[in-house]
Design a protein around this ligand. Structure first.
Ligand SMILES: NC(=O)c1ccc[n+]([C@@H]2O[C@H](COP(=O)([O-])OP(=O)(O)OC[C@H]3O[C@@H](n4cnc5c(N)ncnc54)[C@H](O)[C@@H]3O)[C@@H](O)[C@H]2O)c1
Ligand SMILES: O=C(O)[C@H](O)CO
Length: 386
C-alpha cells in the first residue's frame, strides 16, 4: 500500500477534486478553481521530487484532474491511475512536456496541458543574463572580489568579450529563441544566425527593420541569416543559445564533435533542457578550452551535475530558474489550473496558445476555454471560436 501523502485542502465540499502536486505561486489559480466548484488539494510533502507511487497515492480513488511538475514522470502508470480515478485532465506547470508520455495520455483519453507564452520573455531574459555574465566573466569576478583578492585596477583583470558587432546564434527560434534573439540584436547590436526547422519570418523582419534603423542613424547595421544546418551556426556564431524542444531529434544535439567545430572563445548558453547537451563532452571541452565559456540553467541529470562541471571557472551554473519571475510563475500556475478546469468543465481549446494574455488579466474573468492542450487534435477536442 502506498504511503499517504500530506495535503492542504481548499473548499472541501467542492464537486470536482483537483490535485496540485506542489504548492504554486499566487492564489489566483486556487480562487479560479474554487469559484468553479473544485475541491483543491495541494501536496505539502517536503521532498522536492515526487515519485510515481507518491502521485498514485495523491490521486486516490476519485480525482478529476491533476496539475503536475516537470520533475515528475507522467507515463502509462500515472495516466492509468488518473483514468481509473475518473480523471480526464492533466497539466504540466511548464511549457516543456518531455516528462509526459503524450501517447499514454491519448490512450486513456486524458488531455495534457502546458503553459506557453507567459514565460517567453522571462526565460529569454535569463538566457541573455547568462550570455552577458559569461561574456563579461561576472561570476568569476564576483568570487574574486568576495575572496578579498582585489588589490587594485589592472589592464588585464577579467578581460572578457565585447558583444557589439559579434554574431549571436540561436538554435530553435520558436517563442523563447526568437525573444532572446531580439534582445541580443537590439540590446547589443549583434548580428543573428539561426537554425530552426521552420522559418522565423517575424524575427527576420525585426532584424531587417532594426538594421535599417541603425543605418539611417549613421550606425553599422545588423544582419540576419537563416542557416541551412545547425553546424553552420556552431561554426559562425560567437554566442550560441539553445532553445529547441527536447525530443529524439535534439537529444545530445551538442556533442563532442560539434563542440570541436565551435570557435575557441565561443559562449554556449542552455536554457532549454539538459539532455540537449552531452554534458560529459562539455566538461571535457571546458577543460581543454579555458576561453570557451558556458551558461547553464539546465543539466543532463537534474538536479545533479556531471563530475567536474562544478569546478570549471569557465562555467556559470544556475538551478533551472529561467522562468522564475513572480509574474511568470503566478501566470504559469493560472494557465495550468485553467487547462485542467477547462477540460473538467467541457470548455473548448483556446485558438492560439501563443496569445494567452486574456487568461492572465487579473481584472477580468478568464475566457471559458483551455489555454493550451497539446493533444487536443489527437483527442478530437473542439477549438474555441472566441
Ligand atoms: N529553462 C527553463 O526554465 C525553461 C523555460 C521555458 C522553456 N524551456 C524549454 O524551452 C523549450 C522551448 O520553448 P518555446 O516556448 O520557445 O517552444 P517553441 O515550440 O515555441 O520553440 C521550440 C522551437 O524548437 C524548434 N525545433 C524543434 N526541433 C528542432 C531541431 N531538431 N532543431 C532545431 N530546432 C528545432 C521548433 O521548430 C520550435 O521553433 C521548451 O520546450 C522547454 O523545454 C525551458
Ligand atoms: O519548460 C518549462 O516551462 C520550464 O523548464 C520551467 O519553466
Amino acid at each position: 500500500m502506498a504511503k499517504p501523502v500530506s495535503v492542504e485542502v481548499w473548499n472541501p465540499n467542492g464537486k470536482y477534486r483537483v490535485i496540485s502536486t506542489k504548492p504554486m505561486p499566487g492564489t489566483r489559480w486556487i480562487n479560479l478553481l474554487i469559484e468553479q466548484d473544485c475541491r483543491v488539494e495541494i501536496c505539502t510533502e517536503k521532498k522536492t521530487i515526487l515519485s510515481v507511487e507518491d502521485i498514485i497515492a495523491l490521486i486516490g480513488n476519485k480525482c478529476d484532474g491533476v496539475i503536475g511538475q516537470l520533475t515528475e514522470d507522467w507515463g502509462d502508470t500515472l495516466f492509468a491511475a488518473l483514468s481509473r480515478a475518473g480523471g480526464k485532465a492533466f497539466s504540466n506547470m511548464a511549457v516543456g512536456y518531455n516528462n509526459v508520455d503524450v501517447n499514454a495520455a491519448n490512450k486513456y483519453g486524458v488531455a495534457v496541458g502546458n503553459t506557453p507564452g507567459v514565460l517567453t520573455e522571462t526565460t529569454a531574459e535569463l538566457a541573455a543574463s547568462l550570455s552577458l555574465s559569461a561574456a563579461r566573466r561576472i561570476v568569476e569576478a564576483d568570487e574574486f572580489m568576495r575572496a578579498g583578492l582585489y588589490d587594485g585596477w589592472l589592464p588585464h583583470l577579467f578581460v572578457g568579450n565585447l558583444l557589439k558587432g559579434q554574431t549571436v546564434g540561436v538554435i530553435g527560434a520558436g517563442r523563447i529563441g526568437s525573444a532572446y534573439a531580439r534582445m541580443m540584436v537590439e540590446g547589443f547590436k549583434m548580428n543573428l544566425i539561426y537554425y530552426d526547422l521552420y522559418q522565423a519570418t517575424r524575427l527576420e523582419k525585426f532584424v531587417t527593420a532594426y538594421g535599417e534603423f541603425l543605418k539611417s542613424n549613421g550606425e553599422q547595421p545588423v544582419y540576419w541569416k537563416r542557416a541551412s544546418s545547425m553546424d553552420e551556426v556552431l561554426r559562425e556564431a560567437d554566442v550560441i543559445s539553445l532553445h529547441p524542444v527536447l525530443d529524439k531529434t535534439t537529444y545530445h544535439l551538442i556533442n563532442k564533435e560539434r563542440l570541436a567545430t565551435m570557435k575557441k572563445e565561443a559562449i554556449l548558453v542552455n536554457c532549454s533542457r539538459g539532455p540537449v547537451v552531452d554534458e560529459v563532452a562539455l566538461v571535457e571541452h571546458l577543460k581543454q578550452n579555458p576561453m570557451f565559456r558556458v551558461g547553464l540553467d539546465v543539466f543532463e541529470d537534474e538536479p545533479f551535475m556531471k563530475p567536474g562541471l562544478a569546478e570549471m571557472k569557465n562555467a556559470i551554473v544556475v538551478p533551472h530558474i529561467a522562468s522564475a519571475s513572480k509574474w511568470t510563475r503566478e501566470g504559469m500556475a493560472t494557465l495550468a489550473a485553467l487547462n485542467v478546469l477547462g477540460k473538467i468543465k467541457g470548455y473548448p481549446i483556446w485558438g492560439d496558445p501563443n496569445q494567452v494574455a486574456p487568461f492572465l488579466n487579473e481584472n477580468a474573468p478568464p475566457p471559458a476555454a483551455c489555454p493550451s492542450i497539446v493533444n487536443a487534435k489527437a483527442l478530437g477536442l473542439p477549438v474555441s471560436k472566441l
